[in-house]
Design a protein around this ligand. Sequence first.
Ligand SMILES: [Zn+2]
Length: 514
Amino acid sequence: MQKSEKHVNNSSRRNFLKGVTSASVLSLSSHPPSVSGRERNFPPTTPAQANKKIIAIQVGAVSFVDEGVDKVLDIFQERARVNALMLAVFTYGRGIAGRQVPGQPLPDHGAQEYDTKAFHGGSYAALHPQYYGKTILKDLRAPDLGDFDILAAVVPKAKARGIQSYCWFEDVYNPGLIANFEKVAEVDIYGRRTGQACLNNPDIRHFLNSLVEDYIKSHEIDGIMWGSERQGPLNNAIGSRHGGFNGRASLTCFCEHCRARGRERGISVERARQGYIELDKFVRAAWADQRPNDGYFITFWRLLLNYPEILAWEKLWTDSKDEIYGEIYGTAKGINNRIQVGWHIWHNNSFSPFFRAEQDYEKLRQTSDYLKVVMYNNCGGPRLAQYMKNIHSSIFRDARPEEARAFHYRIMGYGDEATFDKLPTTGLSADYVARETRRAVSGVRGEVAIYPGIDIDIPTGQNEKKTQPADVRASVKAALTSGAAGVILSRKYSEMKLANLAAAGEALKELGMT
Ligand SMILES: [Zn+2]
């Protein structure tokens, strides 16, 4: 950062940031628009907290309703020495909201039944209408828990205990439950609307900025965290992901806004669409075992040569997500410069070199105060194995999964983790957490805080790796001794066993951080 920027006072920074747009944020490649690196390193509310590691936990509204706000906060403080809450305030997904997902054992606390019928999703805090004048989306308040408002109920009580509160929201909607969603949905290569929001749709951007403004102006929060577990059409087409894949993916986005953005970049929209249609055919043929004459990988590469627009459209998608980071950052800092802004970086960053290439820490550090980099090592085993199966089903189909696995370990720095057949039952090691922490800290040049996401009882399949207290102790210690400024216990308290949660506290004790 240049000297002159360091001396810009807070009020001019705020004025500057008020007018900042995503484009201007992103164009300032060597001039982050925010505060100085020193200030950005920690999310303190008081100077006394500045040198303290952040021990955060992700928790949804239902836990406070089921168990009581004070009791939950007691458990967090006593068992895990938690000093920050990641409150799941907006999502339509069960990954961070709701009780334990059906089919998985209920933990040893909270209501001993599933919320199968009651789960709806949406905003678990009241939405104050004055902030939503620019959005067409309606009916967003989650009705699951009546009028319970997670922010109104928890933030003041947490603050009284010296616990920070962050608003944690994600890019997960339920199109069937949101009026007008079809108007903001992505459009695929065949012209079909999908169930995902288009990140170039102005209304989605208005909506996200409205949420941020509402959170910061209505509650005494310390920070926000947004997450998007999505990627562009190229990665989707080839199954570069750890979830289920059947050779067919929705290849997006070709809505009017994305087409206009593509044209602005000088990309032939029609060539991009044709390229993706060819790529779609290629993957479907692979799934039908119709091996191309020159093999799978070479034919794939030839497609990229014939249609460089495929890569250009993938980059357009990723840049749109990065622009949202910039917009939210500008909005939050424009209202209150002390609000800590950060992003949940999807686990796929650990598995797919194609997705990892898009998670450029050098760039991410410009629009964040901290990054929660997902490093779930227990479920990481089954997930990495699933990624290998997916990518083996398309472009690496000519290699055996074990061969492709060994190659991935080499190029991604995985060292001696488990072999393909053992991954689902063994999981990944605490050393993986240490390595990924060091890579992230070094990638952001120490300028933003890295909070590794720690896996506590994230569901896996039957007979697959389950979290044990020793795993949590080891991964928390690995993160905090590798340069992390804190950890975020994930994904949600309502799926964690108390002994595994307490293991985080034991790790801190062993490290002398109590
Ligand atoms: Zn679009």
